[in-house]
Design a protein around this ligand. Structure first.
Ligand code: IYR
Length: 223
């Protein structure tokens, strides 16, 4: 079978100074992103989330199999079910499963078992990675690098929502199997992350933490 190739028509090169300018602006914008836990119930139009998801869906993926699925939850009943199930897991985590070292690492974040944002936020986006997919006739299709692919898509989604002026919380109740049950997703899909998004509460507070400087997380191998 022939696999067609087409010209790269969308590509645009910028003069180096313009490259610096554009990139500097992008960095300044994403550097303003903070994870926010105090998310209010102010509604967000659905098309905003849809466009952010279209952006997420542009992520590169193993063999272009796009091994992800996003469930956008806005209904009060489903949010409540998710909050109750997540808080059960979180209670287990904070009271038994987490090591002393882990709890110590979380101290600066001030997190606990109570997850009111799971009901207050206008949208919870449950992100699933598909271990395998199915063709039209139901045959299994193996997926490659689903973790990496879904991670990249999630990064783009978080960035898109930030650029739209919304805040996010990357919430990872563990284990998250309850998301398959509540949302009716098949066992071929593994819950990857629960992204909580909306407007920050007017009294939102964030931990006073910082980002590593470049030389602490980048090495240049120049020969
Ligand atoms: N899932 C728990 C604990 C937690 C774990 C990590 I790693 C964090 O960066 C933050 C929280 C919770 O959501 O509270």
């Amino acid at each position: 079978m022939e696999h067609p190739f087409i010209p790269l028509t969308g590509y645009r090169e910028y003069p180096i100074d313009e490259m610096r300018q554009r990139l500097g602006e992008f960095y300044a914008a994403v550097n303003q992103r903070r994870t926010v836990r105090d998310i209010c119930d102010r509604p967000v139009p659905r098309d905003i989330v849809e466009t952010a998801l279209l952006a997420a869906g542009t992520a590169p993926s193993g063999a272009n199999l796009q091994p992800w699925h996003f469930v956008v939850i806005s209904g009060a009943e489903t949010k409540r079910k998710i909050r109750l199930a997540a808080e059960i897991e979180e209670r287990e985590f904070y009271e038994h499963r987490a090591s002393a070292e882990w709890l110590k690492a979380l101290e600066p974040l001030g997190t606990d078992t109570n997850k009111p944002f799971l009901e207050s936020a206008p949208y919870l986006i449950a992100i699933f990675l598909q271990k395998y997919g199915h063709t039209e006739d139901g045959t299994k299709v193996k997926h490659y690098y689903p973790v990496e692919s879904t991670g990249i898509a999630t990064g783009i989604l978080i960035t898109a929502l930030h650029m739209a002026g919304l805040v996010c919380l990357t919430h990872t109740p563990s284990p998250m199997k309850f998301l398959n049950e509540i949302l009716g997703r098949p066992s071929s899909e593994r819950p990857f992350l629960l992204l909580v998004t909306g407007y920050p509460d007017e009294h939102a507070k964030i931990p006073d933490i910082s980002r590593k400087p470049l030389d602490q997380f980048v090495t240049f191998a120049e020969r």
